[in-house]
Design a protein around this ligand. Structure first.
Ligand SMILES: NC(=O)c1ccc[n+]([C@@H]2O[C@H](COP(=O)([O-])OP(=O)(O)OC[C@H]3O[C@@H](n4cnc5c(N)ncnc54)[C@H](O)[C@@H]3O)[C@@H](O)[C@H]2O)c1
Length: 248
């Protein structure tokens, strides 16, 4: 039985959906009947995803920090599916490991553009798309780094995730009561963005030790939270951020 019938014949726009958390959300929403529009810079993985259900999945190689590319891809997707019902603002990068003094302007601009500017631009195309439907929802990927400061050397990343948190709170007020807006703040999740941790057993053990649930998380566990936040089961929830962090 489909416990989330709200996704049938609806369309979800997912950025950074070729791998990790975005890919896990794509898989779950596809299984629940949604059409998908997925943007990423990884062409090969996008094609693998599209091949699963070409009649229900539109993919495009889009760098979300490029506003013109985002607007062009949105036009194509809207022409096909008639608008969007759900948005996962998920594409993100940690950036190069640097102290605040080492951080050059080009690297700072890159992290701000991918993790933060894109969230404004993609939300704008999502909201501008035609949709007469009720129950639209946005989920943004923040991080527990927004309150812990993250790893030393990722100050730009932590700052963008704090801003995504504030963006979520402010946009939820702006769009109420028509569109719900929430965030998820994952802890350490087994995806490529964390490959430095997950390729080193001693780092995995050290991380797990400081997490109350004593293990690192999976993309599937974060995706389950996203599905709930998009679904009618969370119809009275907006403007919050949920930690998916094993209690850290
Ligand atoms: N994995 C974690 O521990 C963790 C923790 C907290 C927050 N997050 C956040 O979750 C989100 C997803 O990360 P993930 O863990 O799945 O990592 P991931 O590296 O597996 O996935 C990120 C995806 O974003 C895509 N991407 C990167 N730059 C892009 C760009 N300019 N345009 C379009 N796509 C781009 C990548 O190709 C990749 O498919 C990120 O915003 C990340 O900051 C992850």
């Amino acid at each position: 039985m489909n416990t989330y019938p709200c996704f049938e014949n609806r369309t979800a726009l997912i950025t950074g959906g070729a791998s990790g958390i975005g890919r896990a959300v794509a898989g779950k929403l596809l299984g629940l009947g949604a059409n998908l529009v997925v943007w990423d810079i990884n062409a090969a993985r996008l094609e693998e995803l599209r091949a699963l259900a070409p009649d229900r999945i539109e993919t495009a190689v889009v760098d979300v920090s490029d506003s013109s590319a985002v607007r062009a891809a949105a036009e194509v997707a809207c022409a096909r599916f008639g608008g969007f019902d759900y948005l996962l603002n998920n594409a993100g990068i940690i950036g190069r490991h640097m102290s605040v003094n080492e951080l050059d302007e080009a690297e700072l601009d890159r992290v701000l553009a991918v993790n933060l500017k894109s969230v404004f631009v993609v939300s704008n195309v999502f909201l501008s798309a035609p949709s007469g439907r009720e129950g639209r929802a946005i989920v943004n990927l923040s991080s527990i780094a927004q309150r812990t400061g993250g790893m030393v050397g990722s100050i730009a990343y932590a700052t963008t995730k704090g801003a995504v948190h504030s963006f979520t709170t402010a946009l939820a007020k702006e769009l109420a009561p028509h569109v719900r807006v929430n965030a998820m703040a994952p802890g350490v999740i087994d995806t490529e963005i964390q490959k430095d941790v997950f390729t080193d057993p001693s780092k995995i053990a050290a991380m797990a030790d400081v997490i109350p649930l004593k293990r690192l998380g999976t993309a599937d566990e974060v995706a389950d939270c996203a599905v709930w936040l998009f679904s009618d089961a969370s119809a009275y929830v907006t403007g919050i951020s949920i930690d998916v962090s094993g209690g850290r």
